[in-house]
Write a protein that binds this ligand. Structure first.
Ligand code: HEC
Length: 202
């Protein structure tokens, strides 16, 4: 066996994969469990409002994350194009994170306040109205579907069990804060919140 390498023996392939994967776990994942408190103390992340939480869920259900990332790498070219690079402490309230893996469209980490609400409304209704060459799909139904807010309280409660510091008042008012808004309004509120809690863009 010893005169073979992993391209010739399945057993050696499995053993070497396990060794490499456990090394990554030891170096990247395990230490993070020990400095959770420090990360939380350092973080400037703010919990989303009830309406923004709804918007985030729409972002996920419409599959926006399949074309857009939310993870700026600390590389010069990325920072010049997308702004401040992502820190570990930015994501303490993200369940699940929306880093994404494919950039058919631009990264949205620092999108908040780049455009007006009206620009987003036109863009979501039909991206070609503001960016003639855009290949992004149109989402006209988001303007017709109205939210009843029935799940809003439960969503905030679930996030609280995961460590997002919502108080009882915010949870009680969640349904009314959401009820009556269109899906587009919730999504735009979420898009405008992106990167806003991180202060200066750099
Ligand atoms: C098929 C891939 C695809 C999907 C799915 C998609 N987008 Fe896009 N998006 C793009 C492309 C390409 C662009 C660049 C052209 C443009 O601005 O329309 C873009 C641009 C954007 C921009 C402008 C970003 C900037 O910095 O100028 C926003 C905001 C945006 N998309 C939000 C969304 C949202 C919200 C959804 C889900 C409802 C979504 N996108 C779904 C491909 C996609």
């Amino acid at each position: 066996m010893l005169n073979k390498d992993f391209t010739q023996s399945v057993l050696i392939l499995i053993i070497s994969t396990v060794i490499v994967a456990s090394f990554s776990f030891l170096v990247w994942v395990l230490p993070a469990f020990f400095y959770q408190d420090k990360l939380i103390a350092e973080s400037s992340a703010k919990p989303l409002t009830a309406l923004e939480v709804e918007g985030r869920d729409i972002y996920i259900s419409e599959g926006c994350h399949t074309c857009h990332t939310m993870m700026v790498r600390p590389l010069d070219a990325e920072v010049k194009r997308y702004g401040r690079y992502s820190r570990e402490s930015d994501d303490i309230y993200e369940f699940p994170n929306l880093w994404g893996s494919k950039r058919t469209g631009p990264d949205l980490t620092n999108l908040g306040r780049k455009y007006s609400d009206q620009w987003h409304a036109i863009h979501l209704n039909n991206p070609r109205h503001v960016v003639p060459t855009s290949i992004m799909p149109a989402y006209p139904w988001l303007f017709e579907q109205v939210l009843d807010g029935e799940d809003a309280e439960a969503k905030l409660k679930a996030l609280r069990t995961l460590g997002v510091p919502y108080n009882d008042r915010e949870i009680q008012q969640a349904r009314l804060a959401v009820k009556g808004s269109t899906k587009a309004e919730a999504l735009i509120a979420y898009l405008q919140s992106l990167g806003q809690d991180q202060g200066v863009q750099q």
